[in-house]
Ligand binder design. Structure first.
Ligand SMILES: Cc1cc2nc3c(=O)[nH]c(=O)nc-3n(C[C@H](O)[C@H](O)[C@H](O)COP(=O)(O)O)c2cc1C
Length: 202
């Protein structure tokens, strides 16, 4: 079976993309707007884009009315954000922050998320995340202008908070991090069933 994406609605394409590109890590993104209002929301279109320099990226889609989500608006205004990693014990709290709150609502307060001050950027870190990446905006690449159009947000990591319990001898212990991933629909994955495979040498 072959599908021409030109013949599908955005909703139909969305279901295929999120049902096949998985599990996706979750960037739990804190931002502030130019007046200092704090925002927190999860984004699973998220990955590492560069190591040298250290760049991470995530993609807020435009809303059904083609306007930007608060996270994107805030980053355009203040050029800073924090990506907080979501462990299994934070799943329910993270999900609460994905509700479409008005822009003036602080999701830290609305969802009962403890905040901790960042060092180099204004948006706070999620205190209970085992890893926080403080980021300065590198570039935003808009990928369209209609509903569900992506905006690739690239951020340079300027500070990393990492809990000592998950970091031993320069290595992250993925079992202690216990990060979750997003699947299709409302499904999530854990990383509790891993296998090892060595890279080939020639
Ligand atoms: C686990 C999870 C992953 C999500 N990933 C994305 C994403 O990659 N892109 C996106 O536009 N929305 C995503 N959403 C929806 C946003 O979190 C939601 O629209 C939120 O209200 C945006 O908040 P904001 O307007 O404060 O930025 C995701 C929601 C959840 C629960």
């Amino acid at each position: 079976m072959e599908i021409n994406p030109n013949n599908l609605s955005s909703q139909e394409i969305y279901k295929i993309l999120i049902g096949t590109v998985l599990p996706r890590p979750i960037a739990w993104v804190s931002t502030v707007d130019k007046s200092g209002n704090i925002n927190l929301a999860p984004f699973s279109f998220f990955t590492v884009a560069s190591v040298n320099p250290p760049i991470v990226c995530f993609c807020p889609l435009l809303k059904e009315n083609s306007t930007a989500k608060d996270t994107l608006v805030n980053i355009k205004q203040t050029r800073e954000f924090v990506i907080n990693i979501v462990s299994y014990d934070l799943a329910q709290t993270m999900n609460r922050t994905s509700a479409p709150y008005p822009s003036e609502v602080n999701e830290f307060a609305a969802a009962g998320v403890a905040a901790k001050q960042s060092k180099f950027v204004k948006p706070p870190c999620v205190a209970d995340s085992r890893v926080n990446f403080e980021c300065k905006l590198q570039q935003i690449i808009p990928l369209g202008s209609g509903p569900m159009a992506g905006n690739l947000v690239l951020g340079k990591v300027c500070n990393i908070h990492i809990h000592p319990d998950i970091f031993r001898n320069g290595q992250v212990d993925h079992q202690s991090l216990d990060a979750i991933g997003r699947m299709g629909g409302n499904m999530y994955a854990t990383i509790r069933d891993c296998f090892e495979m060595e890279r080939p040498e020639i």
